[in-house]
Design a protein. Structure first.
Length: 178
């Protein structure tokens, strides 16, 4: 648990780009493979991929309350991805209004009240960077576009044309806002 807390203390900085602070699913932290922690300033999103022991949640909550007054964390959301519908609970604050992921000065609308995904995948940051480097002057077809983050990056990088395709019209509407 201490590795998670240290990652949050080091990475949760006001105004910083959205980033994954802890990736237990990378199997580098034995016993914590079911946890990921994402930072969307000022929101901390903790996703659990299997049900932890009750003591684990109590310990995490206790640890977070010890240092949060010194941090810029306004909201802490605990998402239970192992449950049907992936329900979330607020450990701190209340999610109201619009929130955005910021990555290299680009803004991407988030939905913390969605069932499973907030609309921006932090583990795809390296792919977005490659796209930034290679999109200039190219035509880009974004299949399974979801909220169009790759398309926003391609357009900003100078793509000559960007087309988005997704079966979920609501996701594409979010993409238009991005």
């Amino acid at each position: 648990m201490q590795q998670i807390i240290q990652s949050i203390q080091l990475g949760a900085k006001k105004g910083s780009d959205a980033c994954r602070l802890f990736h237990g699913r990378g199997h580098c932290y034995p016993g914590l493979e079911f946890v990921s922690v994402d930072w969307f300033s000022p929101v901390l999103l903790i996703s659990l991929y299997k049900e932890p022991e009750a003591q684990c949640i109590k310990q995490l909550t206790a640890e977070l309350t010890q240092f949060e007054s010194d941090q810029v964390i306004e909201n802490i959301i605990l998402q239970h991805r192992y449950l049907k519908g992936a329900p979330s609970e607020n450990l701190k604050g209340d999610i109201a209004g619009d929130y955005y992921a910021i990555e290299k000065s680009l803004k991407f609308r988030l939905n913390f009240k969605a069932n499973q995904n907030v609309g921006f995948f932090l583990d795809m940051a390296n792919c977005r960077q490659v796209l930034r480097e290679q999109a200039k002057g190219k035509r880009v077809l974004n299949l399974f576009a979801y909220t169009c983050a790759f398309s926003v990056v391609a357009a900003e990088a100078g793509a000559s044309k960007v087309v988005n395709v997704d079966m979920a019209k609501g996701a594409l509407n979010t993409g238009r806002l991005n």
